[in-house]
Design a protein around this ligand. Sequence first.
Ligand SMILES: [Zn+2]
Length: 331
Amino acid sequence: MKNKLINIKNEALAMIMGASDTSELERLRINYLGKNGSLTQIAKDFKDLSSEEKADIGRIFSEAKSAIENALDEIKFNTRKVSENIDQTLPGKPVRVGLMHPISAVAREMNDIFRYLGFSVADGPEIEDDEFNYNRLNLPKDHPARDLQDSLYIKEPDILLRTHTSSLEAHILATHKPPFRFVFPGKSYRYENVSASNHMIFFQYEGIAVGENITMANLKSTLETFIHMFFGPERKSRFRCKYYPQVEPGVGVDIDCQFCQQKGCSVCKNRGWVEMLGAGMIHPNMFRMVGIDPAKYSGFAWGMGLDRITMSRYKLNDIRALFNGNLEYKI
Ligand SMILES: [Zn+2]
């Protein structure tokens, strides 16, 4: 039996060394170590041996088994590494490294500017309930501003895809004690006809600052600093009165058209100015709803279209280019 074991081992090792592919190795593994394999079969005769023989033969059996197993593992490893005639000294194929999506690149650039101005970057859920998407933003059920937004409901009447990142503003107000400053880039959804200038998925970039003695002057200096750092120190801006339910007073902020130097073109619709963002001093109702005292604290908030800023940065004329995944788009 001893010789038989040694023969099986030697035969198996020779066969394994000569194997040409992994399927042959698998076949050899079954032939020797499988349920009906020759090594397994021989173990069935152990019961007829005396206890001294058992100890001796058992040792040889274990050695043979582990030698075959090791050989199988080793050659498997080697076949994976050096399968065919590969010249390992040749240089590898270049790996295609992707670039960051323009929206992410612009958002990060903006995050850096606002971090410099003392803001932290926040993130929040894209699926919202009616309370945080509307009520907490000073938009009760009968408020006419709700008609401006055709919403995409997950489950009527309460669960919907957020129609603006302002819902995160409501979450921050509810969970943080003043003073705080946050910016939050994120995706929003509205039921829109998709065209070159509108999409049902769009990105916004919002910010909020709350504390004692925060005034319109802080709002103006923060946004003007951002405009100069992001668009260049030569950019001019103007602030116009505008209505937004979350703020009182509200302002629309324009920058001078960088495409025509204010001479008038299709981008600025011959106005010479391009609307950049909406902003204002946070409405006292927003504070009252979360138990922040509006007599003690004040704050400002703003929101801008991140994809519009990205389009202007990369001179894109079709918003769909940001979402269709066409890598051939030349920018
Ligand atoms: Zn223009």
